[in-house]
Design a binder for this molecule. Structure first.
Ligand code: NAP
Length: 280
């Protein structure tokens, strides 16, 4: 394609940003849709964020926000949708004539990944490992899907804070367990920590006993696609989901918010193939 003055700019801001997969698949969607647009990775330092807002507002039709700015970006937006307010984090910004609107598509990404795998959380004992940014979104969605939530995090105070936030919004009981004291009481285990992520791919956030009778093992990590935890789940016959579908579905939703165009199931399958085959 030819870049011209009419080319619409999209991107992802964060630091670091070099390893983001979003430019790969967002540009693929742009090509599939034959749009005069381009999606760029933009490294913005913490000191540079405020100063960058003017440039983003004047030049970009929309952008994604990743670590470490999903919360900080909220200070610079004109409006924030209800879902993003609930999570306290924004991953998608749409520029409407100089007004910036914030959304969070991570939750939709998670839910769609479950639907694709025909996995149902309702009434299930769900163990969530981690209490960071990703865990927060997952925890809200697990509750909304009717899962009975237990959180185990290295820093237990952080898990308690997350449980308190959930209780502020929903009338639910959330169990907190020390990671070292976990018993094999769960039907579903979801890892939202980076344990097992490249380059430390031999690490696993759970032991064998915990996984033995589990129905579903879900790891939000996508580098590698098959973590040690996912391998364990497969070994014991559990359904498994890796982090790729969530990543793709959240990005697809961002694209739809920016452009108003639907991405078809066929196009999504094409993106999945491309990402599976690139060196993750
Ligand atoms: P984050 O906000 O930094 O949170 C990290 C969480 O993992 C915290 O609960 C932290 O515990 C825990 N943790 C970190 N290192 C640990 C270790 N060595 N042992 C035990 N626990 C550890 O990060 P995040 O944004 O939630 O991201 C977490 C993971 O999710 C990353 O691998 C990221 O790539 C992945 N992710 C995937 C998607 C997707 O679409 N598939 C989306 C978002 C994130 P403490 O509280 O004790 O520090």
């Amino acid at each position: 394609m030819t870049i011209s003055g009419n080319t619409k700019l999209y991107g992802v801001i964060g630091d670091p940003i070099m390893h983001s997969l979003s430019p790969v698949f967002q540009n693929q969607i742009i090509r599939q849709k034959n749009l005069n647009a381009v999606y760029l990775p933009l490294r913005i330092t913490a000191q540079g964020l405020q100063g960058s807002m003017e440039l983003l507002k004047n030049n970009f039709a929309g952008f994604n926000v990743t670590i470490p700015y999903k919360e900080k970006i909220m200070d610079y937006l004109d409006e924030i949708d209800q879902q993003a307010l609930e999570y306290g984090a924004v991953n998608t910004v749409k520029n409407c004539g100089g007004k910036l609107f914030g959304y969070n598509t991570d939750g939709i990404g998670f839910i769609k990944s479950l639907q694709k795998a025909k996995a149902d959380l309702a009434g299930k004992e769900v163990l969530l490992l981690g209490a960071g940014g990703a865990a927060k979104v997952l925890a809200f969605e697990i509750i909304k899907q009717g899962g009975k939530l237990t959180i185990a995090n290295r820093n237990t105070n952080r898990a308690e804070q997350l449980a308190a936030e959930l209780k502020n919004h929903y009338d639910v009981f959330v169990k907190i367990v020390e990671p070292g004291e976990l018993q094999p009481d769960y039907q579903i285990i979801i890892n939202s920590t980076p344990v097992g992520m490249y380059p430390k791919i031999n690490q696993c956030p759970v032991n064998v006993e915990l996984v033995q009778n589990v129905e579903l093992v879900y790891d939000v990590i996508y580098t590698p696609l098959e973590t040690e935890m996912v391998k364990l789940g497969k070994q014991f016959g559990a359904k498994t989901i890796n982090g790729l579908p969530m990543l793709i579905y959240q990005g697809v939703k961002s694209f739809e918010i920016w452009t108003g165009q639907r991405v078809t199931a066929e196009e999504i399958a094409g993106i999945q193939e491309i990402l599976k085959n690139i060196q993750l």
